[in-house]
Ligand binder design. Structure first.
Ligand SMILES: *[C@@H]1O[C@H](CO)[C@@H](O)[C@H](O)[C@H]1NC(C)=O
Ligand SMILES: *[C@@H]1O[C@H](CO)[C@@H](O)[C@H](O)[C@H]1NC(C)=O
Ligand SMILES: *[C@@H]1O[C@H](CO)[C@@H](O)[C@H](O)[C@H]1NC(C)=O
Ligand SMILES: *[C@@H]1O[C@H](CO)[C@@H](O)[C@H](O)[C@H]1NC(C)=O
Ligand SMILES: *[C@@H]1O[C@H](CO)[C@@H](O)[C@H](O)[C@H]1NC(C)=O
Ligand SMILES: *[C@@H]1O[C@H](CO)[C@@H](O)[C@H](O)[C@H]1NC(C)=O
Ligand SMILES: *[C@@H]1O[C@H](CO)[C@@H](O)[C@H](O)[C@H]1NC(C)=O
Length: 433
């Protein structure tokens, strides 16, 4: 019933009445990229893209859908009403200036959203409580944007929106974490846990290339492809210096990329492997146009790879079908010199030391601005920067090597998914999510 209602939605603005409190959120009202400080949403919910002769023009919709969401606090049941309401002056809505990524973490006792020990798709290495973490304050934070609300995660609504869809995550272990988080968030809405399974019964490991979890009662697939650089490694050309063991072909997207094309939601990330120690020290060097580029910097190579990604998206992705997202660099909390040390705090940081920006994030934002099809940037760099309390530390599967890069689950990646879901909500009017 709900899905048929969604089929009639004509447009773009979503108001959520949640837990009896009226919340308005208009995500992309501010489409002046300069002033909105990093939130880049091209072809967003407020604008229909119309191709007119040489270019694209944005046209304001006249009808705005309203989703009213009554939660029965006794039964926990969710009753969803959707209707079209003609809003004459949307600038009166709160959140009209909303940048979802500009905000703060607030305490919220209703978190976390799931219990990692009850979800078979959380790998042991990310389940900090199971690995001995005692303090639990880190589980109780919610991301609060400055000028709008992220709608509370509503599992029944999300499962309905995702019915029959294919959601694909591509990237490194941070992408895998977000994939695990999404599967576990969605599983809280499934009574028969056995109806959710990895297609080949594969175990989650650090090196596994592809995982696919099926939600059989919703005909939903949530997949992860490991592709840490997004571009393709290959054999070394003849006459290369001995130290070159692998050529990373910056001008060619990963060979498995053909498997990503036919998806409904496609979420990329890359960044943590683009370091001299993970590349040059291991004998990996860059190649462009059949030639080794031994002098090329990591930063330059990252830009070249992202340009390759851009051309791939523009030539291969059908924007009517597939909603493409790119998550920016997730801040780490290693304290510097003389040696990198990792000290997980009990509370989030109250102030940032400039770590809310990262050069890789800037590259991603710039590339996304210049794409000919709509791409949503999940700019998680600032929000993650506060969370020095939320890393694995020594509560991982390898306690002898502290970890201030990866995150405990439940935790920060759940917030990335809450943002992702709010984008899906705002996109469902176009029938793609
Ligand atoms: C809420 O759910 C309870 C238990 O199912 C039911 O008795 C009650 O009538 C519901 N309240 C509303 C307002 O629907
Ligand atoms: C819309 O609302 C804004 C803010 O309340 C107000 O300044 C503006 O005049 C209104 N525009 C129209 C056309 O009513
Ligand atoms: C999570 O589930 C486990 C196993 O069912 C249980 O022992 C534990 O108390 C639960 N933790 C929380 C915080 O509810
Ligand atoms: C599952 O196995 C089939 C047959 O070997 C293979 O084609 C498919 O790619 C596998 N899927 C995953 C997610 O590993
Ligand atoms: C793009 O996807 C839409 C929706 O699935 C479909 O109707 C359309 O034919 C596709 N376009 C191309 C060029 O494949
Ligand atoms: C932030 O700055 C403070 C004081 O300068 C320092 O103690 C702390 O380690 C820094 N944190 C990070 C993550 O760099
Ligand atoms: C944007 O794309 C156009 C055409 O592909 C290119 O000429 C221009 O240099 C690009 N700008 C940036 C900032 O990448």
């Amino acid at each position: 019933m709900m899905s048929s209602t969604f089929g009639h939605l004509g447009s773009a603005f979503i108001d959520v009445l949640n837990l009896g409190k009226l919340k308005f959120w208009g995500l992309f009202k501010n489409w002046n990229f300069q002033s909105c400080n990093g939130i880049i949403v091209i072809g967003s919910l407020l604008f229909f893209v119309a191709a007119i002769s040489s270019g694209y023009f944005y046209i304001l919709p006249t009808f705005q859908p309203v989703i009213i969401n009554h939660v029965n606090s006794t039964s926990g049941e969710v009753d969803v009403h959707v209707s079209n309401v003609h809003v004459k002056n949307s600038s009166t809505n709160l959140g009209s200036e909303c940048n979802m990524f500009d905000g703060r973490w607030v305490k919220d006792e209703s978190y976390p959203l799931y219990n990692a020990s009850q979800c078979p798709f959380i790998e042991r290495g990310f389940n900090c409580l199971a690995n001995g973490r005692r303090d639990k304050g880190y589980l109780k934070w919610r991301w609060q944007p400055q000028k709008c609300e992220i709608p509370r995660f509503d599992v029944n609504l999300m499962l309905e929106l995702l019915r029959g869809k294919r959601v694909v995550f591509v990237g490194d272990s941070l992408g895998r974490t977000q994939w695990e988080s999404m599967v576990c968030m969605l599983m809280t809405g499934i009574k028969d846990k056995k109806s959710v399974y990895e297609v080949n019964g594969s175990k989650i490991t650090k090196r596994i290339r592809h995982l696919e979890v099926r939600f059989s009662s919703f005909n939903l697939r949530v997949e992860f492809y490991r592709s840490v650089f997004l571009v393709q490694p290959g054999p070394v050309p003849k006459q290369s210096p001995k130290r070159v063991k692998t050529a990373l072909r910056l001008d060619r997207l990963d060979d498995i990329s053909k498997e990503w094309i036919d998806s409904d939601v496609l979420i990329f990330n890359t960044g943590h492997w683009w370091t001299p120690s993970k590349l040059f020290d291991m004998g990996w060097h860059f190649q462009v146009g059949g030639k080794m580029k031994l002098g090329m910097s990591v930063a330059g190579a990252f830009k070249t790879a992202l340009a390759t990604w851009k051309s791939w998206v523009e030539s291969k992705i059908n924007a009517t079908k597939t909603h493409v997202l790119f998550r920016t660099f997730e801040s780490t909390h290693w304290s510097s010199a003389p040696r990198q040390r990792c000290k997980v705090t009990k509370e989030p940081m109250s102030k940032l030391n400039g770590s809310d920006r990262h050069p890789f994030s800037d590259v991603i934002i710039d590339i996304a601005k210049n794409l000919s099809i709509p791409v949503t940037v999940l700019h998680v760099t600032p929000m993650a920067a506060f969370r020095s309390d939320a890393h694995l530390g020594t509560w991982s599967d390898n306690p002898s090597v502290p970890d201030c890069s990866h995150w405990c689950l439940p935790g920060v990646p759940d917030a990335w998914n809450e943002m992702l879901f709010s984008y899906m909500l705002s996109h469902q009017h176009t029938q793609r999510i």
